[in-house]
Design a protein around this ligand. Sequence first.
Ligand code: AMP
Ligand code: ZN
Length: 114
Amino acid sequence: MADCLFCKIIAGEIPAGKIYEDDEVLGFNDINPQAPHHVLFIPKRHISTLNDLEGTDAALVGKLYLAAKTHAGNLGVAQEGYRTVMNCNAMAGQTVFHIHLHMLAGRPMHWPPG
Ligand code: AMP
Ligand code: ZN
């Protein structure tokens, strides 16, 4: 999608600190990290919000989680723990309208989030 920041990262038009890539998923460091490790996992196909998911996207969303799990193992934080979050629309704080799974690790997390 032409005006989408994350589609531009996928296209290589905007630089990003890529840490994971396969044919359907890209993972890169968040530009404003909220933890020692803060990575965003996104589908390469544009989907604006969680509300736009179809049943046929189930495997794709699963791959975002599997990529996060793999990255946690690579970082060595799988056992101590980490957080995954996907914000949907304004009330939840979504600011980039291309779905992304946040993966945060390396510090204690609190609940509920702010
Ligand atoms: P959300 O508020 O859930 O929509 O999260 C959007 C995230 O994208 C925020 O954590 C931002 O820091 C991050 N972000 C915005 N622009 C960039 C960028 N150019 N590269 C990497 N992360 C970004
Ligand atoms: Zn997009």
